[in-house]
Design a binder for this molecule. Structure first.
Ligand code: ADP
Ligand code: MG
Ligand code: ZN
Length: 632
């Protein structure tokens, strides 16, 4: 007994731990988590292993763990001196010198006490303080580790930690002259006009302050990538001759906890000193995603930074002459709070340029390029609908490189043709060889598109057909040249587009009685058109003038994220039927067109296989010479 008293709490703990390990009693695990569960899981695991190891190593002493059966055997043999019976374990000493201690996991055994009595073994019960021992055996070591961890983090602090990031490494310096003016930006005249007011304000803030007019605090530039948003922001600074603080939203995302917010604070305090000036946050979407939208648990850091940004925006007096500009190509995912009045309350759309805009952009970028006399920038602009400023700059650059490679004095038409081809469908893959069968299929496929495009009334004329593989996705392509930019499409125009898209697939069908996987993208686009006609444009007689689709872009009303269905299941089935009907009818129509023009189809495919590319004019000539003559 006296001996047992001496053993003290540490042994208790050891034993506790042992029994815990053997039985895996889940109750005893409570309190095992560190108070602040901000560790990485690995830190936690390593700590656990270490703690267990330490317990074993330091506290186990000479105590031997034996199975219960052996314990019973000892009892029977009478080799036991005394035991302490705990709720979960039995501890005891064996007779003889040196004294050997053992411990065993307790099992339900009603005869144990009787057996002990019979052999005159002294025994006593023991109350084990679960809470205290749990606390000591788990929390204490973990607490020590936690403190060590904190200490390590602090040590890192002055050298490479939080404080220094916001001060020194953050390159928040203002560009005092961006060397960009409005003249360098073309094709987005409406956006330019809207920003003119901002320039005026930055130039002469006093004038506006006197009149008390409300100046926009923040301007959000919205538009597809490459349309010149960044360029435009720089141009505003250049025009107004004010410092330009620029920072990209994605820069914040990789930072350590707390740094992003600190940096935002820095940015605004420095800007305040240099007013009038512009703060430009590029790629705002990386930072300004709506809070609470994260499925994988929040990104604390980003949210903190965003919150700080909102706070700073609110704390800013417009009349100090600091204008916040930001750019994004995904306005719909922005946190609505960013767009509230007093923050980025003015949105400026920077859209893809139209044909005049494209021509103007081409002019700007070819200023320092020697163009051949035949080069027609207007024509190039006409062939590149949907291209953005960055694409056009790329074309000029490519063309100039090609000309230089061929040791030409000037950049000529062929260089531009090739440059467009490259930019249109990825770089020409000269080393990729199609097998002859593939090539034949692709030739008929593209011929099908082209002939249908020339045969239906409303399709844009074919500019060029090519079966030179480019990039990964496109095996060939048919390039149509719109005669004008379009903002509205009629029903018959959409039906004709549908037909052109199906042309490739149907040509394969007609010629080979077999179809390939090459039409997948066509079919997808065709289905999209057909579906839009039914659900959005009310062009299906059966479905009537009901729009079954909510507008897909909640543009600046980011609250309405749900694009839930607004119709019944029955309607859904009906819509599917109508879409299928549109596609089916187009299919029949295209079959007829191509069957009637079978000779031209064969001839064109043959020519394509030989030359790999055919101009639209050649095709038109073939069609006009066709025998028997074709009805229009
Ligand atoms: P965004 O920020 O919208 O993605 P950028 O401003 O970065 O696009 O444009 C990239 C480059 O493309 C510009 O540096 C410029 O050379 C060219 N560019 C884009 N849009 C235009 C434009 N409207 N006028 C002239 N150049 C443009
Ligand atoms: Mg940009
Ligand atoms: Zn196709």
């Amino acid at each position: 007994m006296a001996e047992n008293e001496k053993k003290g709490p540490l042994e208790n703990i050891t034993e506790k731990l042992r029994s815990l390990l053997v039985t895996g009693d889940p109750q005893n695990n409570q309190g095992a988590l560190p108070p602040k569960a901000r560790f990485s899981i690995w830190y936690f695991v390593i700590t656990m292993v270490f703690v267990i190891y330490m317990q074993q190593y330091f506290f186990s002493g000479k105590v031997e763990t034996i199975p219960y059966s052996q314990f019973k055997q000892y009892v029977d043999e009478g080799t036991i001196d005394s035991v302490i019976i705990g709720p979960d374990s039995i501890r005891g000493t064996l007779k003889g010198t040196p004294v050997r201690e053992f411990t065993a996991v307790r099992v339900d055994d009603l005869d144990l006490v009787k057996a002990l009595d019979e052999r005159n073994i002294s025994y006593s019960g023991q109350y084990e303080n679960k809470f205290l021992s749990g606390l000591l055996s788990w929390i204490l070591p973990l607490g020590i580790f936690f403190l060590l961890w904190r200490f390590a983090m602090k040590k890192m602090g002055p050298g490479m930690g939080v404080m220094s990031f916001s001060k020194s490494k953050a390159k928040i310096f203002a560009q005092t002259d961006t060397k960009v003016s409005f003249d360098d930006v073309a094709g987005i005249d409406e956006a330019k006009e809207e920003l003119q007011e901002v320039v005026e304000f930055l130039k002469t803030p006093e004038k506006f302050q006197k009149l008390g007019g409300r100046i926009p605090k923040g301007v959000l530039l919205v538009g597809p990538p490459g349309t010149g948003k960044t360029l435009l922001a720089k141009a505003v600074a250049g025009e107004a001759q004010v410092p330009f603080f620029s920072i990209s939203g994605s820069e914040f995302v990789e930072m350590f906890v707390g740094v992003g917010a600190a940096r935002v604070r820095d940015l605004f305090s420095q800007a305040a000193l240099q007013a009038p000036c512009i703060i430009f946050i590029d790629e705002l979407d990386a930072l300004g995603k709506a809070r609470g939208m994260n499925v994988m648990g929040g990104h604390d850091e980003r949210e903190q930074t965003l919150n700080q940004l909102l706070v700073e925006m609110d704390g800013f007096e417009t009349n100090k002459g600091v204008i916040i500009m930001a750019a994004t190509n995904r306005p719909e995912i922005l946190d609505p709070a960013l767009l509230r009045p007093g923050r980025l309350d003015r949105q400026v759309l920077v859209d893809r340029p139209d044909i005049n805009g494209r021509e103007a952009i081409l002019k700007i970028h070819s200023q320092n390029v020697l163009l051949g006399p035949e080069v027609d920038l207007r024509g190039i602009a006409g062939r590149t609908p949907g291209f953005v400023g960055a694409d056009l700059a790329n074309i000029i650059n490519e063309a100039a490189l090609l000309a230089a490679r061929n040791n030409k004095e000037m950049v000529e038409v062929e260089d531009f043709d090739e440059a467009i081809d490259r930019v249109v469908a990825g770089l020409q893959k000269k080393n990729r060889v199609m097998n002859p069968k593939e090539k034949e299929i692709v030739a008929f496929h593209e011929s099908g598109h082209a002939i249908v495009a020339e045969s239906v009334e409303h399709a844009d004329p074919v500019h060029k057909i090519s079966i030179i593989p480019r990039g990964i996705a496109a095996l060939g392509y048919t390039q149509q040249q719109p005669t004008e930019d379009r903002y509205l499409l009629t029903r018959s125009e959409l039906l004709d587009r549908l037909a052109v898209l199906l042309g490739g697939r149907v040509a394969e069908e007609v010629v080979f009685n077999e179809i390939s996987t090459g039409a997948q993208n066509d079919l997808q686009r065709a289905s999209d058109i057909a579906r839009a006609m039914v659900t959005e444009y009310g062009m299906s007689d059966a479905m009537g003038l009901v729009s079954y689709e909510r507008s897909r872009q909640p543009m600046f009303l980011a609250e309405s994220f749900s694009t839930g269905k607004v119709y019944s299941e029955a309607k859904a089935a009906q819509i599917d039927d109508e879409v299928a009907r549109f596609v089916h009818e187009a299919h029949q129509r295209v079959r007829k067109i191509l069957s009637e023009r079978r000779t031209v189809l064969d001839a064109l495919a043959h020519l394509l296989s030989q030359q790999e590319s055919v101009q639209g004019d050649e095709l038109r000539e073939m069609l006009s010479l066709a025998t028997p003559p074709l009805a229009a």
